[in-house]
Design a protein around this ligand. Structure first.
Ligand code: 5AD
Ligand code: SF4
Length: 439
């Protein structure tokens, strides 16, 4: 039996693609092994979103090079966004790579492995959804559902439109059939994935058209699915129908990830985000009006080219005002081929770092404050397994997407009630409700 080792970088979309890769490899008779030394096939599913992702990958590739030199019959494969952004240059710069492929070409990996090809191959044209591929899920009760690939926005900092191409939506009937299959296999929580999920369906042919809100309703209606999430929406496409769905659909969780990127309308314009500060805050107000308890998370970039101190302060103001439950914060990193990489007014690293620290202070303080609203409440938790810090406790997630460490005896995949005793910006602690009432 052949053995493979796969390392995944980047977003949930990539993690999902890796599940497909694993399922496909196992159907070809490969078994996963925990170390690269033991693998006949060394694979990387790469990301290119920021420079740091590239740098991390290079270290790993160095190890693959050494292992390949030791036993040249090993196969080294590089898939994903970084690979797509490099295309044939992968083979020039890393001659030990045997197969390189972009995010849309996972099935091509199987074609390569089952052919007698002795020469390196690259596959970079989008061909099809990997939807028909088997999938090896990290947890049997949680699954991702890829609703679309690609992105039609042109955010000036972002490499994704060039690595994942134009937006293509999957047919709703195909998606619902997939969710029904997942539910039959024991999945209780699905996360709908897309680069811009809420523009879903606009490219579908007449007769098959469905809006994102309609898709959510159809997924909610599938028997056995208890929780539905989605990521990421674009604020420009966040409509009232989707916000209302959070009230109307019992399984749709009380959490919305709404990427801000900057609190300055001038910077947002330079980012080509197509909304300004006021429109973003209107969206937040609409969410809070319909779903007052909704958790809100976001992505923020600091140090965009030309960002002034006053403009950065506007980002701090918005973070103070919205009071996010959590935020992913990024230092701007110029990406090859994006418009912002060529803007003349790049900021020095020291300013970016200093702004990042100030933003983190606001984000963490506000998240900590926000989390206190859960203390004393009994919340529904989907158990994920033992706690990472204390094996004798359990870990799970609330519908608001807060991690919870708690005392209890439930099995992974169960939905339980947890009485919350304490909250930090990152997580909650508590005890399973029936235990709490005994104590
Ligand atoms: N530099 C810094 N952060 C970036 N992101 C995307 N591209 C860049 C970049 N060039 C961030 C955005 C996006 C998140 C996934 O990554 O905030 O929402
Ligand atoms: Fe995901 Fe973007 Fe990284 Fe690709 S480049 S893996 S889409 S975060």
């Amino acid at each position: 039996m052949k053995r493979y080792h796969l390392t995944t970088f980047g977003c949930q979309m990539n993690e999902h693609d890796s599940e497909r890769m694993k399922g496909m490899l196992e159907s070809l008779g490969y078994a996963e092994v925990p170390t690269r030394e033991d693998a006949d096939l060394i694979l990387f599913n790469t990301c290119s979103i920021r420079e740091r992702a590239d740098n991390r990958l290079l270290g790993h590739l160095g190890e693959a090079k050494r292992l390949k030199a030791e036993s040249p019959q090993r196969v080294v494969g590089v898939g994903g966004c970084w690979s797509q952004s490099m295309k044939e240059r992968v083979f020039e710069q890393f001659p030990f790579v045997d197969v390189a492929f972009g995010p849309g070409q996972i099935p091509k990996l199987a074609e390569f492995l089952t052919s007698d090809s002795l020469t390196a191959q690259g596959y970079f044209e989008f061909e099809s959804f990997p939807g028909h591929l088997p999938m090896k899920r990290a947890r049997e009760f949680q699954a991702w559902l890829q609703v679309s690939v690609g992105c039609n926005s042109v955010c000036s900092y972002c490499i994704v439109p060039s690595t994942r191409g134009r937006e293509v939506s999957r047919h709703p009937a195909e998606l619902i059939a997939e969710v029904e299959r997942l539910a039959a296999e024991g999945v209780r929580e699905v996360t709908l994935l897309g680069q811009n999920v809420n523009s879903y369906g606009r490219d579908l042919p007449r007769g098959a058209k469905a809006t994102f809100a309609e898709l959510l309703a159809r997924v909610d209606a599938v028997e056995g699915i208890e929780r539905v999430r989605y990521t990421s929406p674009h604020p420009k496409d966040m409509r009232e129908d989707v916000v209302r769905a959070h009230v109307e659909l019992p399984s749709l969780c009380e959490h919305i990830h709404l990427p801000l990127q900057s609190g300055s309308s001038r910077v947002l314009k330079a980012m080509k985000r197509t909304y300004d500060r006021e429109r973003y805050l209107d969206r937040v107000a609409m969410i809070r009006e319909h779903v007052p308890d909704c958790a809100l998370s976001t992505d923020i970039i600091v140090g965009f080219p030309g960002e002034t101190e006053a403009e950065f302060s506007e980002t701090l103001e918005v973070a103070e005002q919205v009071r996010y439950d959590s935020a992913f914060t990024f230092v701007f990193s110029p990406r090859r081929g994006t418009a912002a990489a060529d803007y003349g007014d790049q900021l020095p690293h020291t300013i970016k770092r200093e702004r990042m620290e100030r933003l983190l202070e606001v984000v963490q303080r506000r998240a900590h404050e926000r989390a206190q609203r859960f203390v004393g409440r009994t919340m529904e938790v989907l158990v994920e397994g033992p706690s990472r810090t204390d094996e004798s406790r359990l870990r799970g997630r609330t519908r608001h997407n807060k991690a919870v460490n708690f005392d209890g005896s439930a099995a992974a995949g169960e939905l339980v009630k947890v009485q919350v005793a304490a909250a930090t910006s990152q997580s909650l602690t508590g005890a399973e409700a029936r235990l709490a009432s005994v104590a």
